[in-house]
Design a protein around this ligand. Structure first.
Ligand SMILES: Cc1cc2nc3c(=O)[nH]c(=O)nc-3n(C[C@H](O)[C@H](O)[C@H](O)COP(=O)(O)O)c2cc1C
Length: 331
């Protein structure tokens, strides 16, 4: 049985990628994910804000050393303000992880503007990453910023990152565009090699005891798979790039559905945070058992088998299904 599939320009031994999460933020964690059977690992993200913060600290340090006397410098160093070289540490982590792994390692940059931070894409490549994932999650809160302007901002950021890279680039999209398919096409035109459908931003809540707003990571369930399936099915065959199912894959059944709807791979986070990296083995066993029972010989054979690629008018199909589902509800 052949579980092999494609992610960007890489050949993977199976469709399970360990997505960016705290599990991929340490060398031990990354090794555990590989040992558990992950076909590739996406490192936790380096954020634009971390890079910019560091740059400001360095600028400040250079300014102080150039213009101050020795006492001022030693005072400044004694404050220990340079402990947190997160960007440099991130590059070291990528280097170490790459040396320790035999599966592909994907770096992850997370930012929204087209500023100097995008040069870190090159640094992550130089540190040894096999590919880069770019997560651009921006919540536009201004009533003066049009959808077209937000889209242009995304396009500019992707174009700037692309400019620095020779390794393949994956865009982790979000579902907030008026036309996700059009945005995916624009990204592909910029030379990206794959999209992840979708990012799952933080959850908003209010703590009624502390009377404060909360932003928490969104730990998903299989219920969150629906939009992933919808958009993988819509984009399959429309995009000349790979599709990674990015949200809500928790079981081998979820994985099968994602593949059949058109995903080449699935990136898992919540299920592994909940049950541990070793759960990858459980999902892979379930996948193989199902494929054997249903006489599938390869994963590639089932990709897109239940997508909208064979539908003449996918928009009309979606609209009809929507109407039918609402009109035929029985409690
Ligand atoms: C605790 C936590 C930390 C995460 N950290 C990152 C991150 O650093 N970068 C990123 O792009 N996504 C991050 N994510 C998002 C996941 O990679 C993934 O896209 C999302 O959780 C949806 O997949 P899931 O349904 O398997 O959880 C994080 C998710 C969680 C729950």
């Amino acid at each position: 049985m052949n579980l092999g599939t494609d992610f960007l320009t890489l050949k993977l031994k199976n469709p399970i990628i360990a997505g960016a999460s705290p599990l991929s933020s340490t060398l031990d964690g990354i090794k555990r994910l590989e040992d558990a059977g992950a076909a590739a690992v996406i490192a936790h993200s380096l954020f634009e804000e971390q890079i910019n913060h560091e740059q400001r600290q360095i600028d400040h340090f250079i300014h102080i050393t150039a213009e101050s006397h020795a006492e001022a410098i030693s005072y400044f160093q004694a404050e220990n303000r340079f402990d947190n070289f997160s960007a440099e540490r991130y590059l070291r982590e990528i280097e170490e992880a790459k040396a320790a792994l035999s599966i592909p390692l994907i770096g992850s940059l997370n930012g929204v503007s087209a500023g100097g931070w995008v040069q870190y894409a090159k640094a992550i490549e130089a540190a040894g990453a096999d590919a880069l994932e770019l997560n651009i999650t921006y919540i536009p809160t201004s009533m003066h910023l049009s959808g077209a302007e937000v889209e242009q901002m995304y396009v500019q950021t992707v174009a700037s990152v692309r400019e620095y890279l020779n390794i393949p680039l994956n865009i982790k999209m979000n579902a907030y565009f008026s036309s996700p398919a059009h945005m995916a096409r624009r990204f592909v035109e910029l030379g990206i090699a794959g999209v992840t459908i979708f990012d799952n931003p933080t959850r908003v809540d209010i703590d009624l005891e502390l009377l404060t707003a909360l932003r928490m990571p969104n730990i998903t369930t299989s219920q969150s798979l629906s939009e992933t399936l919808r958009w993988c099915a819509i984009l399959y065959r429309q995009l000349p790039c790979t599709i990674c199912a990015g949200t809500g894959v928790h079981t081998h059944e979820d994985l099968l559905k994602a593949l059949m709807s058109g995903a080449n791979t699935a990136a898992l986070a919540s299920v592994l945070l909940r049950h541990g990296a070793e759960h990858i083995g459980v999902i892979l066993q379930g996948l193989e058992a199902w494929m054997e029972a249903h006489e599938y010989e390869s994963v590639r054979q089932m990709i897109g088998s239940i997508s909208l690629a064979h539908t003449d008018n996918p928009a009309a199909f979606e609209r009809n299904s929507y109407m039918y589902a609402l009109q035929h509800y029985r409690s």
